[in-house]
Design a protein around this ligand. Structure first.
Ligand code: NDP
Length: 255
């Protein structure tokens, strides 16, 4: 049996996208509690995350970048590596959703969602892997945030559902290509989590009650539920996991 150091992130430096709020903030906090340092990347100020991670004893650095632009995202990762040091992990968390009937969805909304939720995940992972592979001594961990809509159809979320199915495909492909080279690529599929993303759903009493009735655990998830699973996938304890998708959904997909 492993000792608890297998679950520690002490000495590890992890880039988390979309760290200013919601699940990304929860992941940053969990990493800090596990002893890791976080580089938070996003397009909004991350003061709240910085305060919370500091209170948890963690080191937090904020970097502003619009991740819908994959070339800017790649340049940002290279800059971080060159100017402030190497990274041990990458959590591709930032994501957006556009709700519309499939017959009404615009190409602009399709492209925005694909660029943010899928294209940048691939190209950020590519930049991260190039740096890790350049040094045979290094290991790297990538965690992609998917969704229960990586497995299901949903309604009025066509581009989101397509992007999240794509996240699993990319996770599996990259896991196969890089497993023998010291890089683990895995994914978490959150269920219904209390964040800004789901505020409108929670504010609608009928939708909210219907969702809650279908969750076996009987509650919505919190950002820290996803954060703690991410810590496991970033820590040495998961070194033999490649291409896995871990549902953290209160049992939603098991039903
Ligand atoms: P939030 O809307 O609360 O947070 C999304 C984060 O992504 C924000 O930090 C946001 O920054 C960032 N982001 C979006 N677009 C960009 C961009 N172009 N450049 C930089 N940062 C960007 O959502 P959640 O915390 O709920 O979602 C996080 C992830 O979890 C997403 O991938 C989502 O699909 C996934 N997920 C969420 C579920 C839920 O129930 N909440 C369920 C399943 C999956 P900013 O504030 O500046 O816009």
């Amino acid at each position: 049996m492993s000792d608890l150091s297998a679950f520690s992130l002490a000495g590890k430096r992890i880039l988390v996208t979309g760290a200013n709020t919601g699940i990304g903030q929860g992941i940053a906090l969990s990493i800090a509690r596990a002893g890791g340092a976080v580089v938070g990347v996003g397009r909004s100020a991350m003061d709240e995350t910085a305060e919370k991670t500091a209170a948890a004893g963690g080191d937090f650095e904020a970097v502003l970048c619009d991740l819908a632009d994959h070339a800017a995202a790649q340049a940002m990762l290279d800059r971080i590596w060159d100017e402030t040091g190497p990274l041990d992990g990458l959590v591709n968390n930032a994501g957006i959703i556009r709700r519309a009937d499939a017959v009404d969805l615009t190409q602009a909304d399709w492209d925005d969602v694909m660029d943010t939720n899928l294209k940048t995940i691939f190209f950020l992972s590519q930049s991260f892997a190039r740096r890790v592979l350049a040094n045979p001594e290094r290991r790297g961990k990538i965690v992609n945030i998917a969704s229960v809509l990586s497995f299901q159809g949903g309604i009025r979320v066509a581009s989101y559902t397509a992007s999240k199915h794509g996240v699993l495909g990319i996770t599996r492909l990259l896991a196969c290509e890089w497993a023998s080279k010291g890089i683990n690529v895995n994914s978490i599929a959150p269920g219904y989590i209390e964040t800004n993303n789901t505020q409108a759903l929670r504010a609608d009493p009928d939708r909210s009650a219907a969702i809650l009735a279908r969750i076996p655990a009987g509650r919505w998830g919190g950002p820290e539920d996803i954060g703690d699973a991410a810590v496991f996938l970033l820590a040495p304890a998961s070194n033999y996991m490649h291409g896995a998708v871990v549902p953290v959904d209160g049992g939603w997909l098991a039903r």
